[in-house]
Ligand binder design. Structure first.
Ligand SMILES: O=C[C@H](O)[C@H](O)COP(=O)(O)O
Ligand SMILES: C=C(OP(=O)(O)O)C(=O)O
Ligand SMILES: [Mn+2]
Length: 506
């Protein structure tokens, strides 16, 4: 292992790269020119914004705020449209509004947006059915789709092309520019939907609809009241009056998996400014927050080497194969000075595995004395292929069961579940309908309906309605904790939870 002194933005190149992308022929020749250009382009985010998020994450860690990390599994260049960005940001704002209402705590919003273009895959190759020259169907093996900044979804476009890295930069910057514009123009309060506009027509069960209606009524009343007395214009968590947040009206941060290290290195900048950021530190300027995936977190690997040298707050995905001692060594490597707000552990085991793995991970970290933010990703351990359609999907009930189980373990061990990491989207199809990628929820989406509007390029996302179901549940939980002072047991197992398919304890 190299020492801290020997870190450079390029020192990862001396290590083994998991999930590598190989450019060949002319594409390999093009790569240095593309990276050179990327390294001279302006940063997408600034050191001061990154420091602000670090600070807010340290508040999450101490239980004073909650982190909502959410968005697409994989963004695509084609879906970078004004409408889609508005719907995605709108859902994050709506979700966080519901949480703030229940928990009376600030929510730190970090979108999986403006750069989430690279995917690790279970297998580097996949088999696809194509029409042969004589019109007959044949099976061909092609490189798996690795996200728009590597190759294309079209099977004729699977060779990795470095021009896509440049495109990723410009699509990220366009997305970010529009988000900044929206939020400094009053989107959060003026153009985002008001809870009273949320339709509950999709909710199949009458009692569930009544419960949701009650929540929406109380939330809307609270909003109307605070607007009437002008409270929303005053001092708030975002630090400053009115539109004083980092992104205008409210703070909003962007994130992606830091998978393509060539790209991350090219966007790494040494900070020369002093005052509101660390002089001479290296910042990744492609996003406020980047994370290491569960497939690329090897202690002696290239990703950990790159991540340990940047100043940004980072996430680490923690799955069932992580050993307790390995987790501590990893956290030690990326945060030797035990700085609060620097490391967020995103656990993703699968609903049935939480009790087996999470307690050991929590105890190992507790004994090490490392400050971390604990976040639950209830999505990635709960993916399966639907037998009837062959599509990847997730049950809403597994998602909420993983969340409940995680909350309970944290409650028992005296740690704070600081956030949720979700794959969801508010995007609509041309006819105004939500995507159909996950099963269940209050709309009781069935296997037969999965194929109707399956638009994800990688993993299945909760749609607007299913996301609000989850927001109501979490919000209810926080309200319960606020009023009763406990975190686990009854808190997440009431009528709402049962009606939405959560697994009740025996
Ligand atoms: O988003 C996460 C991974 O990229 C994804 O779950 C991998 O999916 P795969 O198993 O289809 O490769
Ligand atoms: C790849 C992802 O997750 P994980 O690394 O946890 O599988 C993801 O968050 O899309
Ligand atoms: Mn995913």
């Amino acid at each position: 292992m190299t020492t801290a002194e020997q870190w450079t933005p390029a020192s990862w190149k001396t290590k083994t790269v998991a999930q590598p992308v190989h450019y060949t022929g002319q594409n390999a020749e093009k790569l240095p020119g593309v990276l050179n250009k990327l390294s001279s382009l302006p940063p997408l985010v600034t050191p001061a914004e990154v420091e602000r998020l670090r600070h807010q994450l340290s508040l999450v860690q101490s239980g004073k705020a909650f982190l909502l990390h959410a968005g697409d599994c994989a963004e695509s260049f084609d879906s970078c449209t004004a409408g889609n960005i508005e719907k995605k940001v709108g859902l994050i704002l709506s979700f966080s509004l519901v949480l703030v209402w229940g928990g009376r705590k600030p929510v730190v919003r970090v979108g999986r947006i403006a750069g989430q273009y690279a995917k690790p895959r279970s297998s580097p190759k996949e088999k696809v059915k194509v029409k042969g020259e004589n019109g007959e169907e044949e099976v061909r093996e092609v490189m798996s789709f690795r996200g728009d900044n590597v190759n294309g979804l079209d099977i004729k476009d699977r060779d990795p092309d470095p021009d896509r890295l440049m495109s990723a930069y410009f699509h990220s910057s366009t997305t970010l520019n529009y988000i900044r514009g929206l939020l400094s123009s009053g989107f959060a309060s003026l153009y985002g939907t008001h809870p009273r506009d949320w339709s509950l027509k999709h909710v199949r069960s009458d009692s569930l609809r009544n419960s949701f209606t009650d929540i929406i009524d109380s939330l809307s009343d609270a909003l109307d009241f605070s607007q009437t007395i002008g409270a929303t214009k005053g001092e708030n968590f975002e630090g400053g009056a009115g539109r004083g947040g980092a992104f205008g009206e409210v703070d909003f941060y962007v994130s992606h998996e830091g998978l393509m290290l060539d790209y991350e290195e090219a966007l790494t900048r040494k900070n020369t400014v002093s005052g509101n950021s660390e002089t001479n530190s290296y910042y990744n300027s492609s996003a406020h927050f980047i994370w290491i995936g569960d497939r690329t977190r090897q202690l002696d690997g290239a990703h950990v080497e790159y991540f340990r040298g940047i100043r940004n707050p980072i996430g680490i995905k923690v799955g069932p194969s992580m050993k307790g001692e390995e987790l501590v060594r990893l956290v030690e490597l990326v945060n030797p000075d035990k700085e609060p707000g620097r490391v967020t552990l995103i656990t993703r085991y699968g609903a049935d595995k939480v009790e087996t793995y999470l307690p050991g991970h929590i105890k190992a970290i507790q004994e090490s004395g490392h400050p971390v933010v604990w976040v639950c990703d209830p999505m990635h351990g709960n993916t399966h292929t639907s037998a009837t359609t062959g599509l990847k999907t997730r049950y809403f009930k597994s998602i909420i069961t993983e969340l409940t189980a995680t909350l309970e373990v944290h409650s028992k061990l005296g740690t704070y579940l600081g956030g949720a990491s979700l794959e969801f989207t508010g995007e609509l199809n041309d006819d105004g309908y939500s995507v159909t990628e996950c099963l269940g929820g209050s709309m009781e989406l069935s296997e037969e309906e999965l194929g109707l509007r399956y638009q994800s390029f990688c993993d299945p996302r909760l749609n607007f309605e299913q996301s609000l179901d989850l927001a109501f549940l979490l919000s209810n939980h926080f309200k319960h904790v606020r009023k009763n002072g406990d975190q686990g047991d009854a808190a997440f197992s009431g009528e709402l939870y049962k009606a939405l398919g959560g697994r009740m304890k025996e």
